[in-house]
Design a protein around this ligand. Structure first.
Ligand code: 2P0
Length: 355
């Protein structure tokens, strides 16, 4: 009788990414196809990241997943779409020494156990779906011997969460909207590697760890339905900004990079206000941080720090170099002293997280 006591596993790690030209709005909800291109910076993999182990064994009775040690349901369409897409591209696996032989068609009937961990507090309201789906799809692709390039893998991660496709690469990454209705060309590509512009330092100031009230998915759906500013943004504004941002990154032109990053964050939040009913992601502290950064940049004559905010009040601050980052951290702690009980500040190499 065939031995059933083998287990095959793969572990992968993916960092999260921060958009400097934002993705906001879908043209296809189930395939997760965006209405505009976006550009992001992938964080250092030692900091905000997800580690996922995927395992397969003939003794597993069903597909199961644990997030930070707690079992979660895989029933949602997004997980099912990713699993289906990866399974359909699986190839055979052979390990004669261990006596494991998996044929291409066997993958359909083998069940998976998935364990995923975020190395940052999930409650901190920092994006986790980007790193999570990038990591899951990448690990599964390896386990199932999928022989596709990263672009094709990114198109699968995209079906888990749009921004996840950008987390498959380090450095600066562009997600192309694509033209095909299948979504085949709605993939991410690397614009520049992590070593290209390594003076930049990213500081994340956690303004509030409350869960956001409007999910990105619901928020962007409402914006697409009701915001006229979003129509103008994706047709007229973003295409030009994408080209300018690509050039700024190529030339390491911080002045242009900061101007575009701040403007795009502000326009994204303006679109949220232009949505009916309006969506408020930033709070008073977020606004005070913007004010402060604008004044500092004005005083210096040339921008020293870029700011950007996602679907929440936390500030992502990009300093032009390490010296500026140190000054920034000091000023942040002075002007926004963390309340006593929550006084924790991890200084994590190049990325600092303030609570
Ligand atoms: C971005 N955000 O480009 C933008 C900026 C938030 C603001 O991608 O519905 O979690 O899973 O595709 O990717 C957050 O949206 O949304 C996001 P889904 P996702 O990073």
């Amino acid at each position: 009788e065939e031995s059933k006591d083998w287990i095959l596993m793969v572990t992968a790690k993916s960092p999260t990414n921060i958009a400097v030209i934002k993705y906001w709005g879908k043209r296809d909800e189930s395939l997760i196809l965006p209405i505009n291109d976006s550009i992001s910076v992938t964080l250092d993999p030692d900091h905000l990241c997800t580690t996922t182990t995927v395992a397969v064994s003939p003794s597993f009775r069903s597909d199961r997943m644990w997030l930070n040690g707690k079992e979660i349901s895989l029933a949602g369409g997004r997980y099912q779409n990713c699993l289906r897409e990866i399974r359909s591209r699986a190839s055979c696996f052979e390990d004669e020494k261990k006596g494991i032989s998996i044929r291409k068609e066997d993958w359909e009937n083998l069940h998976l156990h998935i364990a995923s961990y975020n190395n940052f507090p999930t409650a901190a309201g920092l994006a986790s779906s980007a790193a999570g789906f990038a990591c899951l799809v990448f690990a599964l692709g390896n386990l199932m011997c999928v022989k596709e390039d990263l672009g094709a893998i990114s198109a699968i991660a995209r079906q888990g969460s749009g921004s996840a496709c950008r987390s498959l690469y380090g450095g600066f990454v562009k997600w192309n909207t694509g033209y095909d209705v299948s979504g085949r060309d709605s993939i991410a590509m690397q614009l520049a590697s992590e070593s290209h512009w390594d003076d930049l330092v990213i500081i994340i100031a956690v303004v509030s760890s409350r869960q956001k009230e409007t999910s990105s998915t619901a928020g962007m759906r409402e914006s697409v339905e009701t915001s006229t500013l979003l129509q103008y943004r994706f047709k007229e504004v973003v295409p030009k900004r994408i080209l300018q941002m690509e050039e700024a990154i190529r030339n390491k032109d911080f002045t242009t990079f900061a101007r575009l990053t701040c403007a795009d964050s502000n326009q994204f939040h303006a679109v949220c206000l232009d949505t009916c009913p309006p969506i408020f992601y930033m709070n008073d502290t977020s606004h005070r941080i913007i004010n402060y950064m604008e004044k500092w940049n004005q005083l210096e004559g040339t921008p020293q720090v870029a700011y950007t905010f996602d679907a929440g009040p936390n500030a992502v601050l990009i300093a032009r170099n390490r010296k500026t980052a140190e000054a920034l951290l000091q000023r942040l702690l002075f002007y926004f002293p963390p309340p006593g009980a929550e006084l924790t500040s991890y200084v994590l190499g190049d990325v600092s997280i303030l609570h």
